[in-house]
Ligand binder design. Structure first.
Ligand SMILES: [Zn+2]
Length: 108
């Protein structure tokens, strides 16, 4: 799970329907800031390839940016991640950029 798992700190109340995420937690557990429901992008790394999963519904703290995911969405993200680890699935996605390597001390 790597990156994805690390970012999931907490989970909010949710409805059974994945598409209707009801975020009851309105206060951030980290800083106490206001949590609002938003559409965010999640990045998944597979070796040197990155996949950006767009339009993910999450609660986002307006102060520190901490994200809160309803359980249904966490499961869906894990399913997507599992699926895109398959090279065949990866080839079906739209290529939108390239990844480059640059050493910190390299003069460009
Ligand atoms: Zn916060």
């Amino acid at each position: 799970m790597g990156e994805l798992k690390k970012r999931i700190h907490a989970v909010c109340a949710y409805s059974k329907d994945d598409d209707i995420a009801i975020i009851i937690t309105t206060k951030c557990a980290i800083c106490g800031g206001k949590v609002e429901e938003r559409e965010v992008s999640e990045e998944v790394r597979i070796g040197n390839d990155f996949v950006i999963i767009e339009n993910v519904r999450a609660g986002v703290c307006v102060e520190c940016g901490e994200r809160y995911y309803p359980p249904g969405i966490v499961d869906r993200l894990r399913d997507i991640e599992r699926s895109i680890r398959d090279r065949k699935t990866l080839k079906k996605l739209t290529l939108i950029g390239s990844t480059y390597r640059l050493g910190y001390d390299t003069h460009v």
